[in-house]
Design a protein around this ligand. Structure first.
Ligand SMILES: [Zn+2]
Length: 290
């Protein structure tokens, strides 16, 4: 079984400054250094992945985008400025995603057909976004967590890669994020905070469990291997806001030092490919609900 490895390319420093501190600015050089470090690990294990890139990262660091494409990885879109879909209208979503798509395509000179929404924010309330994606020429989306989560989720949505026929008559392939049944609940287990917080064997067990039925879709961010981040300057915030930001920041930094080791173990123990390739294999093989 060949699993999908997907990397959401965003800069922690500028996303947290914008979302939590009210300070806007361009992505920092950290996103380049962290992504290049991941690229070296992938190269060493001869693994290709999908990089869902923010438009603002492509705009600020076009060389990084050319480097990712030059190494044979797939490029996708992760929005322009990391705005969750439920904060946008169909019109503003179209601009965010369309601008990011054309910028990445211009820089890398490749067609971009895959999308992942910031914070997996496509759910029953924002399903209009799939129609916009299909109209913009995206062939697949990987934004839906088929769970009932506190922050995200589309309960009852299929677990398998599947083609969705949209109300306007177009269709798009959905590659849902991987979940596993634990204690009677479906829970995410193959990436991001779950990779960071859980012991490494949990993710390896989850992939082995999932691969009996379908490929796993593993996701992570370049910043998750960045250690040595200092405290945030919250002096402009109220004490209550500052407490919330420090709590969030602390959770984000927790166990980052373990992620590189866990990733290397995954790369050594499983076979991964870009998501577009995994989708093609799934459709050729007739596995899953496609
Ligand atoms: Zn993101």
């Amino acid at each position: 079984m060949i699993h999908a490895l997907t990397i959401d390319v965003e800069d922690y420093h500028n996303v947290i400054a914008r979302d939590w501190l009210g300070r806007d600015g361009p992505p920092t050089e950290a996103v380049v250094l962290n992504t290049q470090r991941l690229l070296r690990h992938l190269d060493a294990s001869n693994t290709k992945a999908t990089f869902f890139v923010l438009g603002e990262v492509a705009e600020t660091f076009p060389e990084l985008i050319r480097e990712i494409a030059g190494l044979g990885h797939e490029l996708g879109v992760h929005g322009y400025c990391h705005r969750q879909v439920f904060k946008l209208t169909p019109e503003t979503f179209r601009c965010e995603v369309g601008d990011a798509k054309s910028r990445i395509e211009d820089i890398a000179q490749v067609e971009v057909v895959g999308h992942r929404a910031p914070a997996f924010s496509i759910n029953p309330d924002t399903q209009w976004a799939l129609e916009v994606l299909a109209e913009l020429g995206f062939r697949y989306d990987s934004s839906i967590f088929p769970i009932s989560g506190r922050r995200y989720g589309w309960p009852g949505s299929p677990q398998d890669i599947h083609e969705m026929t949209l109300p306007g008559g177009r269709s798009i392939i959905e590659a849902p994020l991987t979940t596993v049944p634990i204690l009677g609940h479906r829970l995410p287990a193959c990436g991001g905070g779950y990779l960071r917080h859980f012991p490494g064997w949990v993710t390896r067990w989850a992939i082995r469990h999932v691969q009996r039925r379908r490929p796993a879709i593993v996701y992570m961010h370049p910043y998750e291997i960045e250690v040595g981040c200092g405290p945030l300057d919250t002096s402009a915030l109220s004490p209550e806001q500052a407490r919330r930001v420090h709590r969030f920041h602390g959770l984000q930094l927790r166990n980052r030092h373990t992620v590189e080791r866990k990733l290397l173990r995954l790369l050594g123990g499983f076979e991964f490919a870009p998501l577009g390739r995994v989708i093609a294999l799934t459709r050729e093989g007739g596995r899953g609900n496609v």
